[in-house]
Design a protein around this ligand. Structure first.
Ligand code: FAD
Length: 305
């Protein structure tokens, strides 16, 4: 792809970047271009440029919920991880605080800062490794709470570079999903937290962390839960029941610690992960008639295309 970046773009631009270096699974071929906008104005310029040239774009957060195929990603990967980290905390005087946070902040860092300020509502996010923007798209959650519980609205930029606001009800939050219109990039999130008891907040977070640790260490690169929990069922238990714990296809391995985690035990490829996922789905469907739906997003081109 021939690229002529607008002079006004302030951020870094890299070419032929291996996506395995930007995903927690450590799998994935090259992105033709990776651009790191410095702020919303920079993002606008980049999007206007990409739109005018008809370049496809993909938005990357922390890469903790992605499986990228070996053929990599055509067009421009917009990396939101490096910037968009500003945050403001505004007490309302009614026992709540309005938070406006950049989409490049990690959920874990936000959760920690909220706890330090004696604010309750984000304890569940203390062990989720992604960014706030990715968290909105995924409606990230744990232990019975999710981002949709606290979000009021989000600031976005569309594919033509136009800024806008989307109210909570129009985000279309569901279980580990949202119906954010294709092409909207989250730049800031507005949410509300309540004043709470510092010690209680700490105890809750310590409990959540201990519960994650209790599953045992996940030694290898992974993307968290591979499948969503089907209504009324636990995906990990269903996978365990069909005997897939420890099963391996090439370097892709069903974790011994957590059956709903597929880990990259070495040089796993996307095809190996997808093949293992297909085997799991078939086995669970044959035994229980339940269709497992992937939680991870699978993107990119097949190798050789
Ligand atoms: C060890 C481990 C544990 C995990 N535990 C949990 C858990 O308990 N609960 C849970 O919900 N998830 C969990 N996850 C999954 C993951 O952390 C979450 O889904 C997280 O919200 C993804 O955020 P991300 O920034 O990494 O997004 P990415 O993986 O980079 O992207 C995910 C999707 O969001 C889109 N996206 C990212 N940023 C933006 C943006 N700014 N604007 C528009 N679209 C964007 C991407 O295009 C993609 O479609 C876990 C993952 C790991 C590795």
């Amino acid at each position: 792809m021939q690229l002529f970046f607008v002079d006004s773009f302030k951020g870094r631009v890299l070419f032929e970047v291996e996506m395995r270096d930007y995903t927690s699974l450590k799998i994935g071929g090259p992105a033709e271009v990776m651009a790191f906008p410095e702020d919303a104005a920079d993002l606008k310029e980049l999007l206007k440029f990409a739109y005018s040239k008809k370049f496809p774009v993909f938005v990357l957060g922390g890469g903790t919920n992605l499986l990228v195929r070996e053929g990599g990603i055509k067009g421009i990967v917009i990396n939101m991880d490096a910037n968009f980290k500003e945050v403001s905390w505004q007490e309302t005087g009614e026992g709540t605080t309005k938070v406006t946070a950049g989409s490049g902040l990690t959920l874990a860092a936000l959760s920690k800062e909220a706890a330090g300020r004696g604010l309750t509502g984000l304890e569940f996010a203390c062990g989720i490794p992604g960014m706030l923007g990715g968290g909105i798209v995924m409606n990230a959650g744990a232990y019975g709470s999710e981002l949709s519980d606290i979000v009021e609205m989000i600031e976005v930029v569309d594919r033509k570079g136009k800024k806008g606001i989307v109210a909570k009800n129009d985000i279309g939050f569901g279980y580990r999903s949202s119906k954010l219109a294709e092409g909207l990039i989250v730049t800031r999130v507005h949410f509300v937290l309540k004043s709470g008891d510092r010690q209680e907040i700490k105890t809750t977070m310590d409990d959540f962390k201990a519960r994650r640790m209790a599953k045992g260490p996940i030694k290898f690169p992974n993307a968290g839960s591979i499948f969503k929990n089907p209504e009324g069922h636990n995906a990990g238990r269903l996978i365990e029941e069909v005997g897939f714990k420890g099963k391996q296809v090439g370097g892709a391995l069903v974790s011994e610690a957590h059956a709903n985690y597929i880990v990259n035990s070495g040089e796993a490829t996307a095809i190996e992960v997808l093949s293992l996922m297909a085997q799991i789905r078939d086995a669970v469907f044959s035994k229980n008639g339940i269709v497992l739906e992937p939680e991870i997003k699978v993107i990119g081109e097949d190798a050789g295309l």
